[in-house]
Write a protein that binds this ligand. Structure first.
Ligand code: UDP
Length: 149
């Protein structure tokens, strides 16, 4: 049986997290999941899969027309990604704080990208993780990666 949430409690959110192919290749999927769990978020779904053009085109639709889109899609299908749905109050903002800035060179120490990432001199910024950036993108992205949720 479920109990009603407290009237003043913020709504629980879900976010889509991807451990990108660089993270899986480097054996960091477990370390990244560990940080999500240690922060106190709940894992709702976890699946290792290799994405195709259709899924990645939809996932990155907002980057249509940007010069980094084609190399980004090539990178994202270069190996398996770990797709994760995590849940908790303010998990969307919370995971992006855990992840750190897009550029891993300047992402603060203590963050996933800051602790584990660096610049490899490649066309695409390989920064280990993706996290949804809003409630709307989270719902859209979870629908793409986990249509049964
Ligand atoms: N990206 C890139 N070059 C850029 C901007 C972005 O290679 O100039 C890649 C990078 O892997 C980034 C992803 O495209 O994580 C999506 O970009 P976004 O601006 O949404 O960054 P994020 O939300 O992942 O920090």
């Amino acid at each position: 049986t479920q109990t009603a949430p407290q009237a003043d409690a913020p709504q629980t959110e879900r976010t889509l997290i991807l451990v990108k192919p660089d993270g899986v290749r480097r054996g960091l999927a477990g370390e990244i999941l560990r940080r999500v769990e240690a922060k106190g978020y709940t894992l709702v779904a976890v699946e290792l899969r290799t994405a195709d053009d259709a899924l990645l085109g939809a996932h990155y639709a907002e980057h249509e027309g940007k010069p980094f889109l084609a190399p980004l899609v090539d990178f994202m299908k270069s190996g398996p990604v770990l797709a994760v749905v995590a849940e908790g109050q303010r998990v969307i903002e919370g995971f992006r704080t855990l992840a750190g800035a897009t550029d891993p060179t300047v992402a603060p120490p203590g963050t996933i990208r800051g602790d584990l990432g660096r610049d490899w001199g490649l066309k695409v910024i390989q920064n280990l993780v993706h996290g949804s950036d809003s409630v709307e993108s989270a719902q859209r992205e979870i629908g793409l990666w986990f249509p049964s949720l």
